[in-house]
Design a protein around this ligand. Structure first.
Ligand SMILES: Cc1cc2nc3c(=O)[nH]c(=O)nc-3n(C[C@H](O)[C@H](O)[C@H](O)COP(=O)(O)O)c2cc1C
Length: 203
C-alpha cells in the first residue's frame, strides 16, 4: 500500500491526453496511491469548441471532471501532467493554471513535489519532447523533483523511446499511432515509487 497522493493534471481538446491520464490513473490506483484526475479549465470560446465536432464531443463527455485547483497541488505529493503540443509548448489552458501557482511557489509549497509529464502531437516529431521539457523547466523553478522515465524499463524503447516522458503521435481522426499504454503505466508507477521514497524520507 502506497502513502502517495497523486494528482493527474491534464488538458485535452480531442481526448488523447484524457486517455493518457486515465491509463495513468488505473496504474496508480493499482499501485495503491490515492489519485485524483483533474483537468485544466477550458478557456477557449464556446464558438471555437462548437466549430470542431471532436472537441465539442470531448468537452461534453468530460464536463464532470473537476477543474484542477491550487488546493489539489497542495494536497498531492506527486503530479503527472499530460498535455497536447501547441507549437512545441503546452496549451494556454495549462499555462494559465501554471501562472496561478505564484502564491504556492512563494510559500515553498511546491518544493519536493515529484513531477512527471506526458504529451501528444499530430506529428512524430511535432514537439512532444519540447512540450514536456517546457513543463519541466517551470517545475524546476518550483523546486520539484522530476521523475522522468529515462530508460528505466524496456517499454520506453517499444513505445517510441522518449526518456523525458511518454509521448504519442495522434492522427487527424484521433487515433494514437504508437502503443503507449504500458509506457504510461510504467511512468505512473515510477512517479509513485519516487514520491514514496521522498515521503518516507520526509514524513
Ligand atoms: C493551435 C494548435 C497547435 C498545434 N501545434 C502542433 C505542432 O506544433 N506540432 C504537432 O505535431 N501538432 C500540433 N498540434 C496538434 C495537437 O498536438 C494534437 O491535436 C493534440 O496532441 C491532440 O491531443 P488531444 O486529443 O488531447 O487534444 C496543434 C494543435 C493546435 C490546435
Amino acid at each position: 500500500m502506497s502513502n502517495v497522493k497523486l494528482a493527474i493534471i491534464y488538458y485535452s481538446s480531442t481526448g488523447t491526453n484524457y486517455k493518457l491520464a486515465k491509463w495513468a490513473e488505473a496504474a496508480a490506483q493499482e499501485a495503491g496511491a490515492e489519485v485524483k484526475v483533474l483537468k485544466a479549465e477550458e478557456t477557449a470560446p464556446q464558438q471555437a469548441i462548437a466549430a470542431n465536432p471532436a472537441w465539442k464531443e470531448h468537452y461534453e463527455e468530460t464536463k464532470d471532471v473537476p477543474n484542477v485547483t491550487l488546493h489539489d497541488l497542495e494536497w498531492a505529493d506527486a503530479y503527472i501532467f499530460s498535455t497536447p503540443t501547441r507549437y512545441g509548448s503546452a496549451p494556454a489552458q495549462i499555462r494559465a493554471f501554471m501562472d496561478t501557482t505564484g502564491g504556492l511557489w512563494f510559500n515553498g509549497k511546491l518544493v519536493n513535489k515529484v513531477v512527471s509529464a506526458m504529451s501528444s502531437a499530430q506529428n512524430p516529431h511535432g514537439g512532444q519532447e519540447a512540450t514536456i521539457l517546457s513543463l519541466y523547466t517551470s517545475m524546476m523553478h518550483w523546486g520539484a523533483i522530476i521523475a522522468a522515465p529515462g530508460y528505466s524499463d524496456p517499454v520506453t524503447f517499444s513505445s517510441g523511446g522518449n526518456p523525458y516522458g511518454t509521448s504519442v503521435t495522434v492522427d487527424q481522426d484521433g487515433n494514437m499511432l504508437e502503443d503507449v499504454e504500458e509506457a504510461v503505466k510504467h511512468q505512473a508507477r515510477r512517479t509513485i515509487e519516487i514520491a514514496q521514497m521522498v515521503n518516507n524520507g520526509t514524513k
